[in-house]
Design a binder for this molecule. Structure first.
Ligand SMILES: NC(=O)c1ccc[n+]([C@@H]2O[C@H](COP(=O)([O-])OP(=O)(O)OC[C@H]3O[C@@H](n4cnc5c(N)ncnc54)[C@H](OP(=O)(O)O)[C@@H]3O)[C@@H](O)[C@H]2O)c1
Length: 238
């Protein structure tokens, strides 16, 4: 778990799993900075956190905004990359523009964030990037997300060898209960998730608290580096 004197930066911390990680970090007394694309929305989301959490703007498709973000920050102990600009794309109705936007933000954008954060990253710190089970288990419309999530794992492996002693790890959530991915799913996805849940050992979807605990396992343990921690209740066995 982040310590009271540590600075945790959550890119994509205005909602969803990133916001849960930020909330839990702030509750433990860590200094937290969250980002989203819109400054007012980020500041508003930060106000709901304990301590003196800050909200900043940063768009992972806009390199200058990433540079500006890290120029404005001091030491970063843990950089958590959770952002996702959702894309629903099948190959039959493929929209290359939408796909390019999501691929760009989740692969090049995650890499660019580490590049601009590098001078600020504490040597005892870590980077955690969010991938997703769709890289192995395609979901309806996940053409782009499946390839972007697989790209995150390649990026983690490459960066773990390049920026040591800073550690770099991935968390790969399954379908997480109580997130917009589930709550706002269309009928086809809802049916697919329900069927997968029934075939998952324990028939239980992971919760945001499970994902937060896994993220902290990666930030805490100096022996974990270049790892991909799958938190899916065993759905990958379904
Ligand atoms: N939820 C699940 O079941 C699930 C399953 C597998 C993997 N994951 C992964 O877990 C991560 C979090 O998912 P979530 O469902 O919690 O997401 P979410 O609720 O949709 O939150 C996405 C976050 O990304 C930010 N964002 C969107 N586009 C951005 C951009 N271009 N640049 C910078 N920030 C951007 C959003 O901020 P603003 O809107 O304020 O800009 C928001 O804070 C994602 O990487 C996702 O692939 C989630």
């Amino acid at each position: 778990m982040p310590r009271a004197n540590e600075h945790v930066v959550v890119i994509g911390g205005t909602s969803g799993l990133g916001h849960h990680v930020a909330q839990a970090s702030a509750a433990l007394g860590a200094r937290v900075t969250i980002t989203g694309r819109d400054l007012d929305r980020a500041r508003h989301a930060a106000q709901g956190l304990s301590g003196d959490a800050a909200g900043c703007s940063c768009d992972l498709t806009d390199w200058d905004s990433i540079d500006r973000l890290f120029q404005s920050l001091d030491r970063v102990d843990h950089l958590i990359l959770c952002a996702l600009q959702r894309d629903h794309n099948t190959i039959a109705d493929f929209d290359p523009g939408a796909s390019a936007r999501t691929s760009l933000m989740k692969n090049v954008g995650y890499a660019a964030a580490v590049h601009f954060a590098l001078p600020r990253l504490s040597s005892e710190g870590s980077v955690v990037m969010f991938s997703g089970l769709s890289m192995w288990m395609p979901m309806p419309g996940s053409t782009t997300i499946s390839m972007a999530n697989a790209g995150v794992i390649g990026l983690v492996n490459s960066l773990a060898t390049q920026i040591a002693p800073v550690r770099v790890n991935a968390v790969t959530p399954g379908v997480v209960a109580g997130t917009s991915a589930v709550d706002d799913a269309d009928a086809i996805r809802t049916d697919r998730y329900a069927a997968l849940k029934l075939r998952t050992p324990g028939q239980r979807l992971p919760t945001p608290a499970d994902i937060v605990a896994a993220t902290f396992a990666l930030t805490d343990n100096p022996g974990i580096n270049g790892a991909n921690l799958v938190v899916d209740g065993g759905m990958h066995l379904a």
